[in-house]
Design a protein around this ligand. Structure first.
Ligand SMILES: Cc1cc2nc3c(=O)[nH]c(=O)nc-3n(C[C@H](O)[C@H](O)[C@H](O)COP(=O)(O)OP(=O)(O)OC[C@H]3O[C@@H](n4cnc5c(N)ncnc54)[C@H](O)[C@@H]3O)c2cc1C
Length: 326
């Protein structure tokens, strides 16, 4: 089947083209409408508005309640603490970034926030947000009430597919694509990045990944496929980093597919290096989380790409002696 569409201009000239959909995602809007003081974070304007409230002088000091303990919530928590605010994070999950790292490393990340003075309310939801900037109340489903000068709602993003309604493309939490980014059943149309849900050739599932490295890898793959339709499918190794307080956390692959976790070093000491290596039932390395240890991250990235085993990673990653548990 041709990957190129043909169109005719009014003067009869023939145009050959492909379409690459790369419209990204939009913040999931806050379900709690208040006149001011509640923020989401996606665009430059969102950032400027939040910055204004975080820099404002509030009588008695600022109190920031963050709804959602994902990447955005956890990073804003760290930034708001660094600015001297009292900070609380609320999430129905048991740990921050739990959807990416699982409960064990998630608990270490929660402890990191606690060490830096962030209060957490995990395993509980938000019932209502009331008031306005400087005088807000966040009511939790367990009956607790958190006063806040500023609220940040970081509860995820939705793919920007509204404009594609009626286009004939298969839309299901994004544009559904094969493992080379070709939109399903629609020759000549491709999709990349946050808006796209690609087939993972290994697991057979379609996945939408909201990391900019995935957007770049997918764009390269689509460019190759347009030029050479017989190019190989993309075998993505997901990669994202996040700086929180004094730690650089790097997350690779798919830790949640792991049934066994090996921890090197101590996540409890945020000045040290540590890594969690995740293996599946067959011992294959499927994911890794590193703390302050870019070299281990590079090794893991290569090994996951090679479909290597956990034992290979254990052989190749040597923890410096000063980071070893005593
Ligand atoms: C606050 C924040 C921090 C982040 N930090 C990280 C990070 O540290 N590391 C990481 O890997 N990822 C991070 N991400 C995610 C990363 O930004 C995205 O995964 C990446 O930008 C996706 O690229 P994209 O090209 O698919 O979409 P985008 O970069 O969102 O680009 C989509 C573009 O399409 C435009 N558009 C939308 N609809 C239409 C339309 N109908 N017509 C024309 N144009 C349209 C949009 O305006 C936008 O310019 C972060 C995201 C946010 C919001």
């Amino acid at each position: 089947m041709s990957a190129v569409s043909i169109a005719w201009k009014a003067d009869g000239e023939v145009l050959a083209f492909v379409v690459v959909v790369a419209t990204g995602a939009s913040t999931r809007p806050s379900p709690w409408a208040v006149p001011s003081g509640a923020h989401v974070l996606r665009t430059l304007n969102d950032c400027v508005a939040l910055h204004g409230d975080l820099r404002a002088e509030w009588p008695g000091g600022g109190a920031v309640v963050i709804v959602g303990g994902g990447f955005i919530g956890a990073e804003v928590a760290a930034a708001a603490r660094a600015l001297g605010h009292r900070v609380s994070v609320v999430d129905p999950l048991p740990a921050p970034i739990g959807r990416a790292v699982g409960p064990e490393v998630g608990a270490h990340l929660a402890a990191l926030h606690h060490r830096h003075g962030v209060a957490t309310h995990f395993g509980v939801g938000v019932q209502a947000v009331e008031g306005s900037a400087g005088d807000l109340t966040v009511r939790l489903t367990d009956g607790a009430e958190l006063p806040a000068t500023t609220v940040v709602v970081g509860i995820g993003a939705n793919p920007n597919t509204g404009w594609l309604a009626g286009s004939g493309l298969l839309l299901d939490d994004g544009v559904v694509c094969d493992a080379q980014g070709r939109a399903q059943d629609t020759p000549g149309v491709y999709a990349v990045g946050d808006v796209a849900r690609w087939l993972d050739p290994d697991s057979g599932e379609h996945r939408r990944v909201e990391h900019w490295t995935s957007a770049v890898d997918q764009a390269r793959c689509v460019a190759r496929t347009i030029c050479r339709p017989d190019s190989p499918p993309l075998r993505q190794v997901d990669y994202v980093w996040t700086d929180q307080h004094d730690c650089k956390i790097q997350i690779l692959g798919r830790p949640l597919l792991g049934t066994r976790t090996e921890v090197l070093g101590r996540f409890t000491d945020s000045s040290a290096k540590a890594a969690a290596l995740y293996a599946d039932d067959e011992g294959r390395l499927v994911g890794a989380v590193t703390m302050n240890w870019p070299k281990a991250m590079v090794t893991c990235r290569r090994l996951i790409g090679l479909r290597a085993n956990l034992s290979d990673a254990q052989e190749q990653i040597q923890l410096p002696s000063h980071c070893r548990p005593t």
